[in-house]
Every structure is written in structure tokens, then in C-alpha cells.
Design a protein around this ligand. Structure first.
Ligand code: FES
Length: 111
């Protein structure tokens, strides 16, 4: 089990944070859905055809991931909120022990 912290997008000074204990081996999207994290829609269920599981990953954990593949890069062109250098599709992120403590910023919108 690892801990992942989800930070809600907000106009306020202190966005809501939710800390979730997650099983390794599942995707970040699956962990978020199981924890009812608002802000990740995952319309395609992880088939990488929707881009509604878009998230922003903070360092240092983001650098521990392999770079997104061509398909993920292609789908990141269709995110509803602006794509940033640390944008990823959460359905493509497999949770491992190396990601313990990961902080995930949720985009303002997914549609
Ligand atoms: Fe649809 Fe990730 S869940 S692209």
C-alpha cells in the first residue's frame, strides 16, 4: 500500500486535499475511482480514448515514471484543461512503491 494525495482544483486559497491509501499494481485512475475522487471522470474506463482521467503529477515522483508513450501523448492533445509539462493520463500510471507520497493536482475540468 502506498499513499497518494489528490489536490482538488479550486479558485480558493487552499484547495481541498484528499489522502488515499492505494494498492500497488493498479492504475492511478483505478485508485482515484475506488476512492470516489471528484475530478477524474475516466469515461473510457482506461482504454485511453477519452483523456478525462487527465492529472498533473508533482515532482519528485513524476520523474520516477517512464515517459508517456505515443498513444498517451496523442490523447493528451485532447484534455479539457490546459496541458502542462507534468500532464499525464492517470489510467496509464501504474502505482508502484516508488510512487509512495505522490501528489496529484486535479485539473479544473475534464469535459
Ligand atoms: Fe480514458 Fe484514461 S480513462 S484515457
Amino acid at each position: 500500500m502506498i499513499t497518494v494525495r489528490f489536490i482538488a482544483s479550486s479558485e480558493g486559497p487552499e484547495p481541498a486535499a484528499t489522502e488515499v491509501r492505494c494498492k500497488t499494481g493498479q492504475s492511478l485512475m483505478q485508485a482515484a475511482m475506488a476512492a470516489n475522487i471528484a475530478g477524474i471522470e475516466a469515461d473510457c474506463g482506461g482504454l485511453m480514448t477519452c483523456a478525462t482521467c487527465h492529472v498533473y503529477l508533482r515532482e519528485p515522483h513524476a520523474a520516477r515514471l517512464s515517459a508517456p508513450g505515443e498513444d498517451e501523448l496523442g490523447m493528451l492533445e485532447f484534455t479539457a484543461s490546459p496541458r502542462q509539462a507534468n500532464s499525464r493520463l492517470s489510467c496509464q500510471i501504474e502505482l508502484t512503491d516508488a510512487l509512495d507520497g505522490l501528489v496529484v493536482d486535479l485539473p479544473q475540468r475534464q469535459h
